[in-house]
Write a protein that binds this ligand. Structure first.
Ligand SMILES: [Zn+2]
Length: 233
């Protein structure tokens, strides 16, 4: 899954506005970010098989460190602990915020299960593997991706506040970058190698998280003053 993960991040942002959208973009794609690193390190493996599924030519045959259920729970706990212990002055609802970051990380595995071929292990490579294989149906994949992404985007826009406003031009840019990247990837040529796939996905996820943090910038003191709000609260 691709767009749907970002939909989860947009929705979770409104459940707990103090978490930066940039952090949430990293959280929902942590599994794929780690996967990119582990492929480059030679710890995980995938191969390119033209036509392997309708949506992606990648066969993921060895990735329990980033994409097993056990690992997903582990990385969710690590991310929640990191968020919780990160130095910050605003410690209000901090447990809940850390738990939401962890759930955002875990959501990656759950959404991946819907689309992947049955290649997502429960624990190690020899354990049972999950995956409903929606990637073999382009229409169903697109419908699911756009539905989850659209729902997250609608929640993000609907539940904005003066302190956590929607910045329309920045948000539009972020949405266009995500949609164009997704459809370019669907229609694009076969990737030349797994190294290129892994390195470009790491670069993309980091860039798009930076873009999300910028798009979601909280209200400045001037903007709060214009709305008649105290910027110190
Ligand atoms: Zn994934």
């Amino acid at each position: 899954m691709f767009l749907g993960h970002f939909g989860v991040a947009l929705a979770v942002k409104r459940l707990e506005p103090k978490i930066s959208l940039g952090s949430l973009f990293m959280a929902v794609q942590l599994a794929d970010l780690l996967w990119g690193c582990f492929v480059l390190l030679g710890w995980e493996h995938a191969r390119i098989i033209p036509g392997y599924t309708v949506v992606t030519p990648l066969q993921f045959y060895d990735y329990p460190l980033s994409h097993s259920l056990l690992a997903a729970v582990g990385w969710a706990l690590v991310a929640a602990a990191m968020y919780y212990s990160w130095p910050t002055r605003d410690t209000s609802r901090h447990w809940q915020a850390a738990a939401l970051v962890g759930l955002a990380v875990l959501s990656h595995y759950l959404l991946d299960v819907l689309v992947h071929a049955p290649d997502l292990p429960i624990s190690g490579n020899d354990s049972g593997k999950l995956g409903f294989g929606l990637w073999n149906n382009l229409g169903a994949t697109l419908a699911l991706e756009l539905l989850v992404f659209g729902a997250g985007l609608a929640i993000y826009v609907a539940f904005r506040s003066h302190r956590h406003p929607v910045r329309p031009i920045r948000l539009a840019l972020l949405v266009v970058v995500l949609l164009v990247s997704y459809f370019a990837n669907l229609r694009g040529p076969l990737p030349p190698s797994m190294t290129v796939v892994a390195a470009s996905s790491i670069g993309f996820f980091v860039l798009v998280a930076i873009l999300a943090g910028w798009a979601d910038q909280r209200a400045t003191p001037d903007e709060l003053a214009a709305a008649g709000l105290d910027s110190r609260k």
